[in-house]
Write a protein that binds this ligand. Structure first.
Ligand SMILES: Nc1ncnc2c1ncn2[C@@H]1O[C@H](COP(=O)(O)OP(=O)(O)O)[C@@H](O)[C@H]1O
Ligand SMILES: [Mg+2]
Length: 351
């Protein structure tokens, strides 16, 4: 046996289907979310008989299948009927009313949008949708910069179900009263998966992405454990991909524990990459916490002010709470000599 037999040839990849490791890959089956999907379907059902559906506010921490479950339901809907339109829009990508309207036209198959103003696009969308009905899903709704499109949908579309999705439950509190009173959504909370579920989901994904036999069982177990600990499937996908890249770099044909450990060390980058989605002010606070993990919230606020931060203490506390909801950091209550205080820590302090 030659010394190169166990090695990958130049340009050879361990991954069979790279797309299956993408965060927005939608698997054929979506186990452990049957209840949620069924409920979403129930809220859409009245549209089939020309009535309005129910509006939902779907929330829960990142990486636990909110987007996947909702898109799955929409896919089933599209397979069932042509009478109900399914409009899924990600408000991070389409973050203004104008962009949302263009996207709606595109999804509805209307192509002549050039040089048209928002008022004209509103009419076009209403004209098409009001012939039947539609489900509107606005994912990452907290990223939208204005909400005229939402107001429009609530006022001008007759038969509809409007689903808003976000990682931040607290977002709803700050929503314009004018919109809130028209929306009156029911709350749907997604809870994180347990370790067995996390393992099951990642195992399926591994099957899509890799040929049999390249993953060492123990190494995969480590990935699943870490992802379960972080309560985020996406971090598991990151580890699967990163570990395979580590193995490829060594021209190894197998992915083992050392490669996973190297990938785990890189998990910090994963959070930082995700943090690109934070608005400037939260980013500053997040960086502060990374540098000064374990400090009391009051002391952090002082550091923040020293850096030129101008938000009030209350706003600062709110931003910390929001960062915690987004799983960028953790807080814990502590009783010290001066009474109760909150300690703020960066999430991945164990690396
Ligand atoms: N029950 C599940 N079965 C299979 N894959 C899942 C399941 N839940 C989540 N995923 C996968 O995990 C990743 C994160 O899910 P996603 O829906 O994007 O999370 P969220 O929208 O809650 O942040 C996606 O790649 C998704 O396909
Ligand atoms: Mg999502």
């Amino acid at each position: 046996m030659g010394v190169f037999d166990d090695m990958l040839k130049g340009g050879e990849s361990l991954i069979r289907n790279e797309a299956a490791l993408d965060y927005d890959f939608l698997p054929k089956l979506l186990p452990y979310r049957e209840q949620e999907q069924k409920y979403l379907a129930t809220c859409i059902k009245p549209l089939f008989s020309g009535r309005s559906g129910r509006n939902l506010f779907i929330h829960g921490p990142p990486g636990i299948g909110k987007t996947a479950a909702t898109r799955h339901v929409l896919r089933d809907l599209e397979e069932q009927t042509d009478d109900v339109h399914a409009l899924y829009i990600n408000c991070w990508q389409k973050n203004t009313t104008y962009k949302v309207l263009l996207e709606m036209c595109d999804l509805l198959g209307y192509r002549f949008t050039q040089n048209k103003k928002a008022v004209e696009l509103y009419k076009i969308v209403a004209g098409i949708v009001n012939k039947s009905g539609a489900v509107f899903v606005f994912d990452e709704i907290d990223k939208a910069e204005d909400f005229d499109f939402l107001y429009f949908v609530l006022e001008e579309i007759y038969n509809k179900a409007v689903f808003l999705i976000t990682n931040y439950k607290s977002w709803l509190v700050e929503l314009d009263e004018r919109i809130k009173s028209r929306l009156i959504p029911e709350m749907v909370e997604f809870k994180h998966y347990n370790e067995t579920e996390t393992k099951g989901i990642l195992k399926d994904r591994l099957g899509y992405a890799f040929p049999d036999g390249v993953w060492d069982d123990k190494a995969f177990g480590l990935v699943a454990k870490k992802a379960a600990e972080l309560k985020d499937i996406r971090s598991g996908l990151f580890l699967l991909k990163e570990a395979s890249l580590q193995a490829e770099e060594k021209s190894s044909k197998k992915i083992g524990v050392p490669e996973v450990n190297e990938a785990i060390r890189k998990l910090d980058d994963f959070t930082v990459k995700n943090s690109a989605e934070l608005e400037a002010e939260s980013k500053i606070i997040y960086d502060l916490v990374r540098q000064h993990s374990g400090k009391r919230i009051g002391d952090l606020y002082k550091l923040y002010q020293k850096k030129g931060g101008v938000s009030s203490y209350k706003t600062f506390q709110r931003k910390i709470a929001k960062l915690e909801e987004g799983k960028y950091l953790t807080t814990k209550k502590e009783t010290g000599t001066g009474g109760n205080t909150t300690i703020v820590e960066k999430k991945l302090s164990d690396f």
